[in-house]
Design a protein around this ligand. Structure first.
Ligand SMILES: [Zn+2]
Length: 173
């Protein structure tokens, strides 16, 4: 699978820094045990707009193994129900790999929580032990027409834009 230069959906996902930070905090517990782990980003899709916004992180009680993870249908349904009360939809999944290779495994291709058009799947290397708040080493895959596409680095950076939680201009002249 060659990385593609342009996202198939052409959408942009805005991700506040706290969403990325909380994802790495969740990975931290499993990193010490050398286990893969996964979180999901929920947010809003605005009709008529090509920009989505992530606002919350859902951390399932996954079965974590050294080279794969599993989220039960019950866990997926519990997350969906909780987030639906706030009208939030699942926009991305974010999981870790034990090694440097952050490409989807065949298992990943077949066991994503969603494969609807534009759904994103991010993979962090080395069990996500190192907080990578800029997502520099994280791969970005996008689902389109029931298959997964790995986005080339610049395309991934255009597809996911990290935004500051707060901007404090006091004292700035
Ligand atoms: Zn994987």
């Amino acid at each position: 699978m060659r990385p593609i230069r342009q996202s198939k959906s052409g959408r942009v996902l805005l991700v506040p820094k706290h969403v990325v930070r909380q994802s790495y905090e969740a990975f931290g517990d499993y990193c010490r045990q050398r286990l893969e782990s996964v979180v999901y980003w929920y947010g809003l899709e605005t009709p008529g707009s090509s920009t989505d916004v992530a606002v919350a992180v859902a951390i399932p009680d996954a079965q974590c193994h050294p080279t794969w993870y599993e989220v039960s249908a019950e866990q997926a349904s519990a997350m969906r129900t909780t987030m639906a009360t706030a009208s939030l939809v699942c926009l991305a999944q974010f999981h870790t790999h034990p090694w440097k290779n952050t490409r989807h495994s065949l298992y990943d291709d077949r066991n994503s929580i969603s494969i609807r058009n534009g759904f994103l799947s991010l993979v962090a290397p080395n069990y996500g032990c190192r907080q990578d708040l800029g997502l520099e080493e994280v791969s970005v895959h996008e689902a389109w027409d029931v298959r997964w596409y790995l986005l080339a680095k610049p395309a991934g950076q255009r597809r996911i834009r990290i935004v500051d939680d707060a901007v404090d201009l006091r004292g700035v002249r």
